[in-house]
Design a protein around this ligand. Structure first.
Ligand SMILES: *Cc1c(COP(=O)(O)O)cnc(C)c1O
Length: 426
């Protein structure tokens, strides 16, 4: 008898398999070769018979030429930073696909001349925030703050309350970020209380601007006091407000989250925000302000290094003009419909029961807001296989159970969720 290892098909033979040849057209040769090599290795190790190498390779092919895997976010955290923050709406995804080839992002098709880059997205932003004299878009909110510091406070001070010197995540601290431009932070007040006179005493010839930062990911409670934007606006210095979450107008469910329209009406000269938190769009930094200030930001030499890509502009415009994106839907869906879905899904699955639970807004803001929700509750042992399944499902561990919180799962993904759980229980 020949050694079965000698019967493992050669790479050339496998690459000629029509299924693997088709995959090579989509995924590229290197990726298909690495999948083939793994299948051959399994056969050499005796884990599969040599005749099954081609099938094993086909089964192991990734769905696309990216190592990023699609995930069903069943964590109940609406804006989950580690899962890429806001999922795009169908309209935004279609817009990205439309813009992905050659496109008129910076070209006027009527005249055949250069045109304002991303004018459709900018016009949509301006319509959404009528109190803004001008709008601008950069890579993210951190970039928006950098641009503000570089434009308004070169060699000068930025006055910030000690209660607002925040760390945004992954070890990045806002004060260090802004001081990397060469501007200096001038801290005023104390951690829990800062008064108008603290700011007023600090304003002087060295002042670039006063910065107010919204505490998106924490709250200070007890004996506290901070100065509202309306009062800060009366100081003799430009006022920049970082609202973080990206609400453009007030949200009825999130009364403590500031919004761009109101902040400008209250007297802010410049408002900065993220595009991929509560707005529910692509990663972007949104800037709203007076017309001349926005023009100065746009003209700063570093603005070019912070600009966004055509795909971002396309997704942003579609998020603003299209139907409510998934983040908005997850926030507004009523708990009764979630309970109905949880009951139905649990009835289709072994080991599952429907439970009430509490979801959260997450990295996007509103740290104190609890969102009533419903989940499919499974034994904890499901968590790991669900994560590495296809599609991957990430739930939340709570009291020794794996909860699949439906507030963050689009109803159209319920079928996939059932299949993913069944694949783990068989
Ligand atoms: C999230 C956040 C940031 C950082 O925004 P990115 O878009 O991630 O750069 C800055 N400030 C506040 C208040 C935030 O909430």
């Amino acid at each position: 008898m020949t050694d079965p290892r000698r019967r493992v098909p050669r790479t050339d033979t496998l690459l000629a398999d029509p299924r693997l040849a088709a995959a090579e057209q989509v995924l590229g040769r290197a990726l298909v070769r690495s999948v083939i090599a793994e299948a051959q290795q399994k056969a050499r190790a005796g884990e599969i018979p040599p005749e099954q190498v081609a099938d094993a390779a086909v089964a192991a092919l990734p769905t696309g030429a990216t190592s990023l895997r699609p995930v069903i976010n069943a964590t109940g955290v609406v804006v989950h930073t580690n899962l890429g923050r806001a999922p795009l709406s169908r309209a935004a995804i279609d817009a990205v696909v439309t813009a992905s080839g050659a496109t008129d992002v910076e070209f006027d098709l009527e005249t055949g001349r250069r045109a304002r880059r991303g004018r459709g997205a900018l016009a949509a932003l301006a319509r959404a925030v009528p109190t803004a004299g001008g709008v601008h878009v950069v890579n993210n909110n951190a970039a928006a703050l950098l641009l503000a510091a570089m434009t308004l406070a070169p060699g000068k001070e930025m006055i910030v309350s000690r209660g607002e010197l925040i760390e945004i995540g992954d070890g990045f601290r806002l004060p260090a970020l802004m001081e990397s431009t060469g501007s200096r932070i001038r801290e005023v007040g104390t951690t829990n209380r800062t008064h108008l006179r603290d700011y007023a005493d600090a304003v002087g010839p060295d002042t670039g601007f006063v910065l107010k930062v919204h505490p998106s990911n924490y709250s200070v409670s007890g004996f506290t006091s901070s100065v509202p934007v309306r009062e800060l606006a009366a100081l003799d210095a430009p006022l920049v407000v970082d609202i973080g979450s990206g609400l453009l107008t007030p949200h009825p469910l999130l009364p403590d989250e500031p919004d761009a329209t109101t902040m400008l009406r209250d007297g802010a000269d410049l408002v900065t925000a993220s595009g991929d938190k509560l707005l529910g769009g692509p990663q972007a930094g949104l800037l709203f302000g007076t017309e001349d200030l926005i023009e100065r930001l746009r003209r700063h030499p570093a603005a070019r290094a912070l600009r966004v890509d055509k795909l971002t502009l396309a997704a942003l415009e579609a998020t603003l003009t299209g139907p409510p994106p998934p983040v908005a839907q997850a926030l507004s869906v009523d708990v009764e419909s979630l309970r109905v879905r949880a009951g139905r899904l649990a009835s289709l699955l072994p080991d599952a029961k429907a439970v009430d639970c509490t979801a959260a807004v997450g990295g996007g803001g509103a740290p104190d807001v609890e969102l009533p929700s419903a989940a499919v509750s499974l034994p904890e042992a499901y968590a790991a296989p669900l994560r590495v399944g296809n599609p991957s499902v990430v739930g939340r561990l709570e009291n020794g159970r794996c909860l699949l919180d439906l507030r963050t799962v689009a109803p159209e993904d319920d079928g996939k969720l059932v299949e993913a759980v069944r694949a783990c229980s068989s």
